[in-house]
Design a protein around this ligand. Sequence first.
Ligand code: NAD
Ligand code: UFG
Length: 350
Amino acid sequence: MKSILITGGAGFIGSHTCLLLLEKGYIIFIVDSFINSSDQSIERISTILKKQGINIEGRIYLIKGDLKKKCDIEKVFEMSFTLQKNIECVIHFAGLKSVFDSVRKPINYWENNVNGTINLLKVMEKYNCRNIVFSSSATVYKINTSEPVGENDPCQPVNPYGNTKLAIEKFLNDLYKSQPNSWRIACLRYFNPVGAHESGLLGECPLNRPNNLYPRITRVAIGKIDKIKIFGLDWPTRDGTCIRDYIHVMDIAEGHLLTLDHLLKEKSQFLTLNLGTGKGTSVIELIRKFEKVNNVKIPFSFDKRRIGDSPFVVADNSLAMSILNWTPKKNIDDACRDGWNWQLKNPNGF
Ligand code: NAD
Ligand code: UFG
């Protein structure tokens, strides 16, 4: 059984990935500062697995720690050595992710995301662990208007959050080139992860007010927000609202498992892959879909464009599909149903 360190494993995408890793038999060490999550997500993972009859004794270790402190990361690696469960690979989710906050607090974002990653890589090198999967984002791409983006398309983020993601990708690439035949690195550029685990026990639970469309829709449906303000009706798209590539969080989680398999069995490499569905959905289409699938009403009104938005962000996902043999299995209906199921069962989060 391989041991994997999951940074930010209590968060939205991290927790769904931890669940799959445990289902597949991995030993996992989770380090999280809980700045945007709680340990309840880990409790829920245990509940789901217990229901499935999967024994996780001795396979899950949760450590409260902050990547900004190198000693916190060292503690985790020490622990894995002491337990003789040496960490073979890191899946690095930990990061701050609000575009809006990043504009107001760039120091926090650079310190947390970039310094945190540098600390992590220093400790990994010290402990001879040179395999990492990094959570990057479609936000690194240069704004375009109508074509799906491929991994070789130009990158030009327009906010501090995106700048930190691209900076980390470049840092990882420098590291890879400094010691060829040593590092195995994958940067996964997620598009718009939505939905929740089908049990309704695990889902997105940000501690701060969400800025993203999907969690706002579920909050309108449950009555915590009055209505959705749609940012712009004058975009050059089929209905005038922005188009995004919404991908079910379980498909993203599955992408991590396949990336892990791929990295650990292949030779040293640096990979960049889009994780998206390749299908675009407009803001109005997503709202209508959510209403139809769940038989709920989502009031909305139109507001001016949001600064820094792009009319069209859809993945060319052909590289991930061919390299990983990965195909998104769930569609937007599944995401709408599962996200609503989660919100209904947990109106106040965990
Ligand atoms: P999330 O906020 O739910 O999870 C991130 C986790 O990292 C949280 O549990 C948080 O407490 C933890 N964390 C943050 N800084 C930390 C630090 N210094 N030390 C330890 N733990 C820390 O976010 P998510 O949606 O699960 O996103 C996971 C990753 O994927 C992030 O890096 C994010 O930037 C990236 N990403 C997310 C999206 C999205 O729309 N959800 C899209 C593209 C990329
Ligand atoms: N939107 C609204 N009203 C809202 C919220 C959003 O109309 O209340 C619109 C936005 O203008 C945009 C679309 O809904 O057109 C999606 O917006 P999100 O904020 O949900 O997602 P973004 O595509 O802007 O960004 C998200 C994450 C980033 C990530 C990126 C990857 O916030 O972290 O997806 O594509 F990098």
